[in-house]
Design a protein around this ligand. Structure first.
Ligand code: GRG
Length: 306
């Protein structure tokens, strides 16, 4: 699958997710400023990589249409919330995201907190809405998986470890030099958990799956999450701020526990290649040529400049 094909597919997914979000985020009798801030967070031009993963992992099992789109949109809502909160003054204190002012900059801090909260809860409304024609057991499974991936045992837990490693808290006000295992755990939670959810959700939507297929998806998801985080760490050092759409070279100054800090630039590049290859092998072993669209994302990530 070549890059042009992947870009077209990503754009197609983005258009579908945007249309769904557009309907979910209409004003009506809702607080206008809050809806506007949520729309700012959602429609700022994200890559929609997680929705792509949901839709392509479902497609591996012949599942297309409204159900994968609902799950994809719910996940993107969680992702957008996490970016809004990550940018807050009390977290990373960023002014720009995706080339636009961050939500607390465009609006104000209270509105940004509420916009994030409302995006997180919107995700669970989408997963439980009646137009999503899945059995109650499958909906419950998706809700439980997303809650775990997003919360204490996933992204939020990872974010807390990240801030603690920076020495943010009075009880522990020194930077921690995390080792290999600790950095991998932190990143698997902070970034990896939502990516793994995206990949595994396709199997929940499938009428039937085998243990071999589920295992292959899990290995692919874990390695893609790792590869994605490493690319993000490399972009902080070697990316162009105008392309990435936010301030760069912040990780080292903040004492962040990154793969570049752990492995150096060359070591991080090698680990990115290793993880990408491991993800590809797992998927091709279980799905053969059908794995093309998901394998293409590994290459896209390797080369991405934002
Ligand atoms: C605040 C609860 C909470 C969690 C924050 C998302 C996150 C956890 C931190 C963001 C910091 C960061 C840069 C993490 C690296 C991985 C990541 C989430 C990058 C942004 O995702 P992309 O590249 O963004 O998919 P777009 O803009 O394309 O949607």
């Amino acid at each position: 699958m070549d890059t042009a094909f992947l870009s077209a597919r990503l754009q197609g997914v983005a258009a579908e997710v945007d249309a769904f979000m557009g309907v979910a985020l209409t004003t009506g009798r809702r607080p206008e400023r809050l809806v506007a801030a949520m729309r700012h967070a959602v429609f700022a031009g994200g890559k929609r990589m997680r929705p792509y993963l949901v839709m392509e992992s479902a497609r591996l099992f012949g599942v297309e249409g409204h159900a994968p789109l609902c799950v994809a949109t719910a996940l993107e809502a969680v992702h957008c919330y996490s970016l809004v909160h990550d940018d807050l003054p009390s977290m990373d204190d960023d002014d720009m995201r995706r080339g636009q002012p961050t939500v607390h900059r465009a609006y104000d801090e209270a509105t940004a907190i509420l916009a994030g909260d409302a995006l997180l809860t919107l995700a669970f409304s989408i997963l439980t809405q009646s137009s999503l024609k899945l059995t109650a057991a499958r909906k419950l499974r998706l809700v439980a998986m997303l809650a775990e991936a997003a919360g204490l045992d996933g992204m939020v837990g990872g974010q807390m470890l990240d801030l603690a490693a920076e020495g943010r808290f009075a009880a522990n006000a020194r930077r921690q030099k995390l080792g290999n295992r600790a950095i991998r755990r932190l990143q698997a939670l902070k970034t990896g958990a939502l990516i793994e959810f995206a990949v595994l959700a396709g199997a929940v939507l499938a009428p039937r799956t085998t243990p071999v297929e589920r295992r292959a998806l899990a290995v692919y998801g874990r390695n893609l999450g790792l590869a994605f985080q490493i690319r993000d760490d490399l972009l902080d050092i070697e990316g162009e701020a105008a392309r990435v759409g936010k301030a760069l070279a912040k990780d080292e100054a903040a004492g962040k526990a990154t793969f570049v800090a752990l492995l150096g630039i060359d070591g991080a590049r090698r680990e990115l290649d290793r993880a990408s290859d491991a993800g590809r092998m797992a998927l091709q072993g279980a799905f053969g040529n059908q794995a093309g669209p998901l394998c293409a994302l590994l290459d896209f990530n390797r080369a991405r400049d934002h």
